[in-house]
Design a protein around this ligand. Structure first.
Ligand SMILES: [Zn+2]
Length: 301
């Protein structure tokens, strides 16, 4: 089994979260030594982008179905995506911390932007089901080239990857933050969005990552209660229902920069970070001055 076949198995475990249940497909063991090979077979018969080419054939030729967050199978300290030999323990891995060529676009202009974003932010923007919209990468580079981007980078331990998908599990979603794998997932086709909307979209998803980088449950509920008027109980898990419920308070203060920020405390925080980034880069925004000061404070050393 080569690396990409193996990765496609782990991919399957994540694909439900990303794109919903796999399409109808044959279920049979592919590899008798591999107890969960049934999961593999789902991928083996899946054509996610509908181009008539099965995904596993596509990725066999160093294609795009590599994805982040997969474990370090050989235990050499390098996760599979970065490991040229994912099933062989390599003692000397210190030189490998660079952007692997198989995660780069065939389009050299896009590949240059992927490398630039990595140099600025440490984030691997991996070509997956298709290329990134170049304007998306340009917007991400603009954010991380700015002073505020540097401050965000210093705190942002929970975003290591971005990758582009043709479909997301929520049809209306343009992007998602996947907390279990420290990744931002984005649509390949973002042509309907203006450049400023792209900046806002990235900043919003970075906001979700920042939430998990900065807060434990108790400290986030305190922050949201103090500065947003939420009524969150700090004794529950950060994914407990109350954190994902719409705003219940009677008098909302000025910390809601959009209608969407009322939808949950997580979205409230992400929206405020989005508008904070817009404000910092000189774009139109609706960030309140108190929230500007609070986010400034969170990003200080
Ligand atoms: Zn969101």
């Amino acid at each position: 089994m080569n690396k990409y076949r193996f990765l496609s198995f782990v991919w399957t475990l994540l694909s439900t979260a990303l794109i919903g249940a796999p399409k109808p497909c044959l279920y049979f063991p592919i590899h008798r030594d591999f107890p969960m090979s049934q999961a593999c077979s789902i991928v083996e018969h899946q054509d996610m982008d509908g181009d008539g080419e099965l995904d596993w054939r596509w990725n066999r030729n160093f294609g795009s179905l590599v994805f982040p967050g997969d474990p370090d199978m050989d235990g050499d300290g390098l996760e599979n995506f970065l490991d040229h030999q994912p099933l062989r323990f390599n003692e000397n891995i210190s030189h490998v911390r660079s952007f692997p060529s198989y995660g780069l676009s065939d389009d050299s202009k896009i590949a240059d932007m992927q490398k630039k974003l990595f140099d600025l932010s440490g984030i691997y923007a991996i070509v997956n089901q298709g290329d990134f919209d170049p304007r998306f990468l340009k917007a991400a580079i603009e954010i991380f080239s700015s002073p505020i981007g540097l401050k965000i980078k210093d705190k942002l331990s929970r975003v290591r990857y971005m990758f582009a998908f043709k479909e997301l599990s929520r049809p209306q979603a343009l992007g998602l933050y996947l907390e279990p794998i420290d990744a931002i997932v984005i649509r390949t086709d973002l042509s309907d969005l203006s450049y400023q909307e792209l900046v806002e979209l990235i900043a919003h998803e970075l906001g979700h990552g920042l939430l998990f980088s900065l807060f434990q449950t108790a400290s986030f509920s305190q922050f949201a209660n103090d500065h947003g008027g939420w009524r969150l109980d700090h004794r529950t898990h950060i994914y407990a229902k109350q954190f994902l419920d719409p705003f219940q308070g009677t008098v909302a203060n000025g910390s809601f920069p959009s209608a969407y920020s009322y939808s949950s405390s997580h979205e409230w925080f992400a929206e405020n970070v989005a508008h904070y980034v817009l404000a910092s880069l000189g774009y139109r925004h609706k960030l309140s001055e108190p929230m500007m000061a609070q986010i400034d404070r969170l990003l200080q050393h």
